[in-house]
Ligand binder design. Sequence first.
Ligand code: HEC
Length: 105
Amino acid sequence: MSVCRPKRVSLLAQCVLVASIVIIAMYGLGSVVLAKTPADGSHKKTLDGAQLYDTNCNRCHSERYPTEHTPGEWKTLMIHMRVRANLPPEQAKAILKYLQENAGK
Ligand code: HEC
């Protein structure tokens, strides 16, 4: 009897291990398949400058209207605010582009 027990336990353990590998593999495969077939055919969803501005720039203070600053002022402001908002370069660029295109004179 005592010889049999550890064997049964380890068989169960193996079974659980195999089952979780299968589940993880299926889950992984599922997300790869999903990621490769978005509805609009593009690879990933990218937010435009206005949306990025909405999401990132009103956390600490309310959003300023783009017209409140000139393109030159926005450039300087973004140098400071992109650090505060901890933005990756492409996102900071997109936000700056949006602000400058809609900036005041
Ligand atoms: C982590 C907090 C934080 C985030 C995120 C942040 N800001 Fe600011 N912002 C501040 C603080 C604090 C000030 C005022 C003090 C200063 O100017 O140093 C300020 C000032 C400003 C000002 C000038 C002040 C005024 O009254 O007009 C502008 C414009 C501005 N932020 C734009 C932005 C933009 C654009 C973003 C997004 C990229 C952003 N901020 C994200 C904290 C933040």
